[in-house]
Write a protein that binds this ligand. Structure first.
Ligand code: M5T
Ligand code: MG
Length: 242
């Protein structure tokens, strides 16, 4: 239906194959269309691992990850990627044109759709400034674009697929504060009906989230809005002050 995109983690515990101890323990939360859920926590807390379970990069051994009420373990990757786009922490660009990179998830996207995605991702002007625009070549791994340009192209690539659920893993960290703010304002409009889960390092990126999950050592130690957590969460206060 129109309002698909409900994500639910139910008592999820996860250990990497071969590892002795879990990196995630008893994770439960729900993210609904129209909401932004933020995940914050120190390096190694398990943020990337948590996101990776929804597109089934790994499967949780205990508990369930549900997409629109269906355990993702019962869905194949094609069914999941129709609804879920993950912008990974180290986003990858292929050797080929910008156009080729942007169409990766939706090969029949129109040029207009590509430009619209670039506009939202704050990538329009640097692509226009290139003499070949969308036909400009990206070298293997994207070494001929800056880190911030790479992030914006990978965000645009996700936008092109018009998913119901966006997973942003630290996707704004290479952007300066002004670009980060412009991008999030544009994203807010475009993703208004979608479910958005954002992993962030900078608190300023997530102060407006509907709910912030504070992850520490694989557990959700606190949750609430920015204002609530400032009052109640010593762990959050530490992150804010760091
Ligand atoms: C959480 C371990 C990692 C850490 C813990 C991705 C990955 C992680 N780990 C593995 O053993 N194998 C893997 O493939 O899991 O790591 P994370 O989820 O990457 O933490 P984070 O995203 O909160 O950290 P950061 O640095 O991105 O802020 O013990 O060794
Ligand atoms: Mg990470």
């Amino acid at each position: 239906s129109e309002l698909s995109g409900v994500v639910e983690y139910r008592n999820v515990t996860f250990a990497y194959p071969g590892a002795e101890s879990p990196v995630l323990s008893n994770i439960s939360f729900t993210a609904r269309p129209g909401q932004t859920i933020a995940i914050i926590g120190s390096t190694g807390a398990g943020k990337t691992s948590l996101l990776s379970l929804l597109p089934r990069l790994y499967d949780a051994a205990e508990g369930e990850v549900l997409l629109d009420g269906v355990p993702v373990n019962n869905l194949d990757h094609a069914e999941i990627t129709k609804r879920v786009a993950l912008v990974p922490q180290r986003p990858y660009l292929f050797s080929g044109t910008i156009e080729h990179n942007l169409r990766f998830g939706k090969t029949d996207a129109t040029d207009q759709e590509l430009w619209e995605a670039l506009r939202v991702a704050q990538g329009e002007s640097f692509v226009r400034e290139k003499s070949k625009a969308l036909e400009s070549r990206i070298s293997q791994g994207g070494t001929n674009v800056s880190g911030g340009q790479r992030q914006r192209l990978c965000i645009a690539r996700a936008l092109v697929t018009k998913p119901r659920v966006y997973l942003f893993d630290d996707s704004f960290s290479a952007l300066d504060v002004a670009t980060d703010a412009r991008l999030r304002a544009a994203l807010k409009d475009t993703t208004a009906d979608a479910t958005v889960i954002i992993v962030a390092q900078r608190v300023s990126t997530i102060t407006e989230a509907d709910q912030i999950l504070v992850l520490d050592n694989g557990r959700i130690v606190d949750r609430g809005t920015h204002e609530e957590l400032l009052e109640t969460s010593p762990t959050y206060q530490e992150i804010v002050e760091s």
